[in-house]
Design a protein around this ligand. Structure first.
Ligand SMILES: [Zn+2]
Ligand SMILES: [Zn+2]
Length: 265
């Protein structure tokens, strides 16, 4: 049954340096929730998948004091696992203090016997290096069984080297992390980005809904198609029709249709 029961929980239970934090929780379909950090600078959106035997949180958000578990415990008692979409600081808040961290095999930066990952601050854009211990590795890019749910995890480098997206084919949903969302997109590696966008397009169609990791979370499917077109124009150095603004260090903001990207060219 499709339910668009909107649970609007704005919980200002926690004071921290930046003031009170609020969260908005919305059930986007049966057993999948979006949890928006509505007062954080980056406006991150996290996604919670409830399965028969565990709850999986896709992304950890941006506030190191963010107690997302308090919100989640109002929704489920299932054991909670965490899966970051990538390792930028605004997606891995407080990861060192978590147990049950899952990673996709494409996210193994360094392998060691103790299952410890070290994220250098140059990779996270954070203030310091971060270490954490993972508990499980998800393998392959076909559907992965998590409890009673089938989720496909797709490596999608380009915004960052260790990015992933999740596709829920049963509900025709794409959880795109920072690959595509409704704001300025950051391109780190153009060829890899194009490859990742094309991979998602091949596996889905216009009937799928896209949920990004920032701002208003639902993204029009057309935006993914327009993004592919824009990135290919840049690859071919076909800058006609594009609105280009120079910024510092050879970085440019390029606008086309509803898309705005930041890229070094
Ligand atoms: Zn990012
Ligand atoms: Zn982000």
């Amino acid at each position: 049954m499709k339910r668009f029961l909107v649970i609007f929980l704005i919980i200002g239970f926690q004071s921290c340096n930046s003031g009170k934090w609020g969260f908005k929780v919305k059930e986007i379909n049966y057993n999948t929730y979006q949890i928006s950090e509505i007062k954080s600078k980056q406006n991150n959106v996290l996604y919670l998948f409830l399965t028969s035997n565990e709850a999986l949180l896709f992304d950890l958000g941006s506030n190191p004091k963010f107690k997302v578990e308090k919100i989640i415990r109002t929704l489920t008692d299932l054991p909670l696992s965490y899966l970051p979409s990538h390792f930028h600081f605004d997606h891995i808040a407080n990861i060192s203090n978590k147990t049950r961290i899952l990673l996709h095999e494409s996210q193994l930066i360094n392998k060691n016997k103790d299952s410890i990952i070290t994220i250098h601050k140059n990779l996270s854009f954070g203030e310091r290096d971060i270490k954490f211990k993972y508990s499980r590795i998800l393998k392959g890019d076909s559907c992965i069984q998590i409890g009673d749910r089938n989720l496909q995890i797709i490596p999608t480098s380009g915004h960052s080297p260790y990015s992933i997206c999740i596709i829920d084919h049963k509900h025709k949903q794409i959880f795109s992390g920072d690959l595509v969302y409704n704001d300025l997109l950051l391109i780190d590696n153009l060829k890899e980005y194009i490859n990742s966008v094309e991979k998602i397009i091949k596996l889905t169609d216009k009937s799928y809904k896209i949920y990004g990791a920032h701002k208003s979370s639902q993204v029009k499917y057309q935006k993914l198609l327009d993004l592919k077109c824009l990135l290919n124009k840049i690859l071919k150095k076909d800058y006609q029709e594009l609105e280009i603004e120079n910024t510092i260090n050879k970085t440019r903001i390029i606008k086309h249709k509803e898309i705005e990207i930041l890229i070094k060219i």
